[in-house]
Write a protein that binds this ligand. Sequence first.
Ligand code: COA
Length: 259
Amino acid sequence: MTDAVLVHTQDAVAWITLNRPDAMNAINEDVRRLLPEALATADADPQVRAIVVRGAGPRAFCAGADIKEFVATPQPTAYRQARVHRHWIAAFDRAVKPVIAAVHGHCLGGGLEIALACDIRIAATDALFGLPETGHGIIPGAGGTQRLTRVLGLGLALDLVLTGERLDAQRALAMGLVSRLASPDDLQQAAGDLARRIAARPPLATQFAKEAVRSGAELSLADGMRLESDLCSHLVDTQDRVEAALAFQEKRPPRYTGQ
Ligand code: COA
C-alpha cells in the first residue's frame, strides 16, 4: 500500500495530490503507476468536470524524478520497453477533461514535465521552474524537450534545457510558461476557483474545445480548421447548447447535464 498519490473529488473538481512531501514529491515508481490511474479514474468519473494536480507539503509541487532510484542503472532495452508503449506521462494526453497544474515551490525536471502536460498552469509566486536533467547526465524523458518547445518556442526551450537554470514565477508568467499567478497562501483557493469556473461550463463544449486546441496545435492550419469545424458541428444538437440559449433568454442560471 502506498499513498504517494491522493485523489479526492469535491464540487465537480478532482484534486490529484502528489504526496511524497518528505522527498519534495519526487517521482518514483509508485507515482508513475498511481498518477496515470488517478487521472484515468477522474477522467472517467461522470461527477468530475475539471481536474487539478498539485503537490503536498509547503516546499514543492514536485522536484522531479526520484534521484535515489538513479543509483540502480536499469537495462536500457527493458527501461525503454517499460515506457515506449504506455509511458506514464501519456496519461495526460488521454485525458479529455481539462487538467490544471497548481504549482508552488520547486517544479523541476519531471515536475515541470507534469505541469507542461496539464492544460493550464497556475503558479504561486514562490514557484521555481527548471529542467536540471542534463546536469544528471540524462535529458528530460517525460516530454520536457518537446512540450517546453511547443509552449515557449525553440530559443527559450533550448536555453532552459541546456543550462538547467531556474525560472522564477514572474519570469515564467512573462514567458507564458504559466498563465496565472497567486500568492502562496491563495494558490489552492485560486486553483479551485478556476477549476470550478471551468466545471460550471457545458462539459462537452469544454472537452471539444480542449481537443480542438490540443490536436489542432499538431496540424496544419487547414487541417486544424477542418477539425474545429467538425467538432463545432457535433455540438450543434447537444441539450446543453439549447439549455445555454434558453437560460440566456429566460435570464436564469443554466443547468448543464453534459448531454
Ligand atoms: N529525488 C529524491 N529526493 C529528493 C529529490 C529528488 N528529485 N529532491 C529533493 N529530494 C529530497 C532530498 O533528498 C531531501 O530528503 P532528505 O531530507 O531525506 O535528505 C528532501 O527532499 C529535501 O531536499 P533538500 O535538498 O534537503 O532541500 P533543499 O531546499 O536544500 O533543496 C532542491 C531543494 C529541490 C533544490 C534540491 O533538493 C534538489 O536539487 N533536488 C533535485 C532536483 C532535481 O535535480 N530534479 C531532477 C531530477 S532528474
